[in-house]
Write a protein that binds this ligand. Structure first.
Ligand SMILES: [Mg+2]
Length: 316
């Protein structure tokens, strides 16, 4: 058989670092980013303080998206309380001044398209300046529409976005920590609820339970919405908690828009021995913005400038 020949191309260059986009001073002033002081990670934060951080994350999500003119609004806004509690309530070990510190806990965003909330969380913690949030989805930005480990953004542990894969990556990390390196690091991973209709999720769950990965805590953002509609109309998922129980997970069901309930859930997960944990966090997509809340049509679109202005007045 005659073999096909293919053209060769040089690898793309210039994508990493030297010419990152920078927001204008006017934009920085508009959002007050120049004066921002990062929030600390402390078990001493009150519920009210964590809620304040969650709202700060939500405002940044709106700013990211309106400047990008594309991206996902619903899931990021809905899960901001989860991120605020996990990253700022003393449940994750990290050092913003030494982001690749070996003793850190790791977070894998399996639902990669929800990255505006992860980027906003990392910026609010001080992993990188908030100004960089305004470069979301721009060419040469480290904040792409799905997280890229190769972009070198501090705090991004894995490239994700192909739904269903992130949990498997997190399981691999937890396996290496527990069985090979024998350390006490913890691994967290968040999946969308629509995402768990992917078969790979259940393969990863089976492995996590088989190897008794009590250093793994997965969170399902149970907002009952996915890109095409209500999850129960697209692909029935209920009873979600019972499914993970059947896979021998320790299951905690909670209100994912309640800081108090999330705090209890993460504290309980930390004490579990011999099994992985699944927190089924019931949330509202678009939480905090009246015209987006619980509406699946906001899964994957950004606000217009006018809508962003309204949203920012609501998110106080
Ligand atoms: Mg969903």
């Amino acid at each position: 058989m005659a073999r096909l020949t293919h053209k060769t191309y040089p690898l793309a260059t210039g994508f990493h670092g030297s010419s990152r986009p920078t927001p204008s001073p006017e934009l920085m002033a508009k959002y007050g980013y120049a004066d921002f002081k990062p929030f600390s990670n402390s078990a001493d934060h009150s519920d009210a303080a964590l809620l304040e951080i969650a709202q700060s994350i939500r405002r940044d999500i709106i700013r990211e998206l309106v400047e990008a003119k594309s991206g996902h609004s619903g899931g990021p806004l809905g899960s901001a309380d989860i991120f605020a509690t996990l990253y700022f309530g003393g449940f994750m070990r990290y050092d913003v001044n030494n982001p690749w510190w070996e003793g850190r806990d790791r977070f894998v965003l399996s639902a990669g398209h929800m990255c505006p909330v992860l980027y906003a969380t990392l910026a609010n913690a001080g992993f990188f300046p908030k100004s960089e949030l305004l470069t979301l989805r721009k060419f040469n930005s480290r904040l792409q529409g799905h997280p890229g480990r190769d972009m070198g953004l501090p705090g991004i542990e894995s490239s994700t976005g192909s739904l269903g894969q992130g949990l498997g990556i997190a399981v691999g990390m937890a396996l290496a920590d527990k069985l090979v390196d024998k350390n006490d690091r913890r691994v967290f991973s968040l999946t969308g609820d629509g995402e768990i209709s992917e078969g790979e999720i259940w393969e990863a769950a089976m492995i996590a339970a088989h190897w008794e990965l009590d250093n793994l805590c997965m969170i399902v953002d149970r907002n009952n919405c996915q890109i095409d509609g209500r999850t129960e109309d697209v692909m029935k998922l209920n009873p979600v908690g019972d499914k993970f129980k059947a896979f021998n997970f320790h299951v905690i069901e909670c209100n994912g828009n309640s800081i108090a309930e999330l705090r209890h859930a993460f504290a309980e997960a930390r004490e579990v021995k011999g099994r992985p944990t699944c927190i089924v966090a019931e949330t509202y997509m678009g939480r905090g913005v009246s015209f987006m809340e619980d509406d699946y049509r906001w899964h994957g679109k950004p606000p217009t400038p006018e809508q962003a202005e309204v949203a920012l007045t609501e998110l106080v």
